[in-house]
Design a protein around this ligand. Structure first.
Ligand code: HEM
Length: 444
């Protein structure tokens, strides 16, 4: 099951239908495979669910007591406070930081005068997404440690996924395979985040003086109680924004770029759309509503390869009815967006890359069938951030480059980590778009 979890879930739906029950040791597990059942659980019965505690144990090692991990009154307070930093309006204010990061990343792809370069897209996107999150969190550019931080993120994604299948986490000090790498990865990320917060606190311009996310976090006041976030909470929320905020977007953009290289017609249409709306200038939030095809290609990439593909698991705190089935208190519910996204009943020709299904006027998508950002009260806090970032970065890449698969490129096979990554790294030829002013640094 662990080695091919997605295959396991897909077979489960095929052989046992939309809801299935199994006993795993002492666990009472229910797998929910239809949009209605998933919404019934995550939306209707949200008050009777907690996040699955094993997932939380694994996540809390990295994310501390942040909004991703907490429950009950603490979660409500953190979510209420943080939402004000992630409204569409607030997020739009980060657009320029995002495009500056992207411009630097893309300018470094191929030396001036060189018409094409073979690029490791994993490195390009994780570097760019990390730079975006460092600028939006701390107003800092990618730094010497950023390569180490990108590696640390991937180590934690791999070990985190592995540990979820264990009954408990063995202490990290044990001399076991992978433990030293995990210790080092945690140390790298914590030092990076701690360094930025300490620097801000000692700069005597805490809080609202900075337009970045850390400035917002330090300035947040609970409207109901007037409380601020504690220093530990600020640290934990920075860790979660940093980790959840760059690995997921980088993974989505990685799959998107591979699909664009496989589907040159779709890429051409997206490039033409960007050219007609943005010209050679820098895209901004005001352009997003005018880029429906580009947006559709991004959504279609997240449909086929949702970064959070499975193991969205919950524990019931009371007996609940799901699709007429009685699930007892203490049951474990499992949801796999990957399976919903590839179900022919939800998406005709589900295995094919067809961005037009997300255009206005296309046949309606069943409610809840497309859920890359989750659903219910614990829906992704960063979804506006992610959509803005991905649209701006993808538009800027298309302004500058055509994407081509190398001859004999291996098939892109998904592999579960905490996010859904390709088994083998994705290399693409990036060819400079002829006369692309944006690509030659002339854009603002
Ligand atoms: C393509 C990019 C992204 C995807 C696909 C994604 C996906 C998700 C999903 C599926 C969940 C819900 C998990 C569950 O219900 O168990 C989630 C939660 C969350 N995401 Fe994202 N995310 C993305 C980007 C971001 C960004 C950019 C940030 C912040 C800067 C962020 C911050 C969070 C936080 C804080 C939560 C926890 C919310 C809560 O429990 O109240 N995410 N994300």
């Amino acid at each position: 099951m662990k080695t091919d979890y997605l295959g396991f879930c897909t077979r489960l739906r095929r052989d046992h239908g939309d809801i299935s029950h199994m006993k795993l040791l002492s666990e009472n597990v229910w797998d929910l495979m239809s949009p209605d059942l998933v919404r019934e659980a995550l939306v209707t019965h949200a008050d009777h669910l907690l996040r699955w505690e094993r997932g939380i144990e694994v996540f809390s090692e990295v994310f501390g007591q942040s909004v991703l991990v907490t429950e009950g009154a603490t979660w409500q307070r953190q979510r209420r406070m943080l939402m004000t930093a992630f409204t569409p309006q607030r997020v739009n204010g980060y657009a320029q930081l995002m495009t500056t990061a992207a411009k630097e990343a893309f300018d470094a792809v191929s030396p001036k005068g060189q018409e094409r370069a073979l690029v490791n897209m994993d490195t390009l996107w994780s570097g760019a997404a990390m730079d975006v999150i460092l600028r939006t969190l701390f107003s800092q550019t990618a730094e010497p440690e950023s390569l180490a931080a990108a590696k640390a993120t991937q180590v934690l994604s791999t070990t985190g996924y592995r540990e979820m299948f264990h009954l408990f986490t063995l202490p990290d000090w044990l001399p076991l395979p992978g433990k030293a790498a995990k210790r080092q990865a945690l140390h790298t990320l914590r030092s990076l985040i701690r360094g930025h917060i300490d620097a801000r606190r000692s700069s005597h311009v805490e809080g609202g003086d900075h337009a970045d996310l850390l400035g917002r976090l330090l300035a947040l006041r609970d409207e109901e109680t007037g409380e601020i976030l504690s220093p530990q909470e600020v640290f934990d929320q920075c860790m979660v924004s940093f980790q959840a905020g760059h690995e997921t977007s980088a993974t989505a953009l990685l799959w998107w770029s591979r699909l664009m290289a496989e589907h040159p017609e779709a890429a051409k249409r997206a490039r033409e759309e960007v050219a007609s709306v943005v010209g050679a200038g820098t895209p901004g939030p005001e352009h997003l509503p005018q880029l429906p095809w580009l947006t559709a290609t991004l959504k279609e990439a997240m449909r086929l390869y949702p970064p959070v593909a499975a193991i969205m698991a919950r524990r019931t705190t009371a007996p609940i009815e799901l699709g007429g089935w009685h699930t007892p208190k203490g049951a474990m519910l499992r949801i796999a967006p990957y399976v919903l996204h590839r179900d022919e009943r939800n998406f005709a020709n589900a295995e094919a890359f067809l961005p037009e299904r997300f255009l206005e006027g296309a046949s309606p998508i069943p409610r809840g069938a497309f859920m890359p950002f989750g659903a219910g009260p614990r829906v992704c806090l960063g979804q506006h951030f992610a959509m803005l970032e991905m649209t701006l970065l993808s538009a800027m890449l298309l302004q500058r480059f055509e994407l081509h698969l190398p001859d004999n490129a291996p098939r892109a096979e998904p592999e579960m980590h905490v996010t859904l990554r390709p088994k083998q790294s994705i290399q693409l030829w990036l060819h400079r778009v002829p006369n692309a002013r944006a690509g030659q640094g002339a854009a603002p």
